[in-house]
Ligand binder design. Structure first.
Ligand code: C2G
Length: 138
């Protein structure tokens, strides 16, 4: 039996489509809450059910972008919002982090790990970016 304490594992979830500063900030702040950060990336199908549109960047590209960040230690696919308890157990989560647009939605997992909601980064969202780009406005 190694006496090494197991790393404090932080898990978060998201679509991370058209990756922007708000996404980076929630991942950087999540990483500060533990020793390693694992990110569940929503599948294209899950995103379509969540947001009624296909993501701009397909799953493989969204996973590659997030996995390429120095604050991220690993990524996995989130196939369903209903499998969270399984994902948290599978990845031995000590902390679940989400932006406060999900405030209270995951309190039920307080029996499995710490649940932390972080303030969203104001004035930036993928939906707003897509609108601005499609309108050609700066
Ligand atoms: N976020 C943020 N600030 C923004 C935009 C997003 O802090 N300006 C955070 C969100 O709160 C979320 C994460 O970035 O924690 C990813 O956001 P999305 O890609 O929009 O993911 P979402 O659709 O919220 O998916 O199982 C939960 C879902 O997978 C979460």
């Amino acid at each position: 039996m190694s006496s090494e304490p197991s790393p404090r594992t932080v898990v978060t979830f998201g679509t991370f489509d058209v990756f922007h500063y708000g996404h980076l900030r929630v991942l950087e702040r999540a990483a500060e809450l533990g020793d390693r950060l694992l990110v569940g990336i929503s599948s294209d199908e899950l995103n379509a059910s969540k947001k009624q549109r296909a993501p701009i960047y397909p799953l493989q590209e969204r996973m590659a972008i997030v996995a390429g960040l120095k604050v991220v230690d690993g990524v996995f696919v989130e196939h369903s919002l209903d499998l969270k308890r399984d994902y948290l157990r599978e990845h031995h989560a000590d902390v679940l982090v989400m932006g406060d647009d999900w405030e209270g939605r995951f309190d039920e997992f307080n029996d499995t790990c710490e649940v932390v909601y972080l303030p969203r980064t104001p004035a930036i969202s993928t939906t707003e970016l897509i609108e601005r780009i499609s309108w050609g406005s700066s």
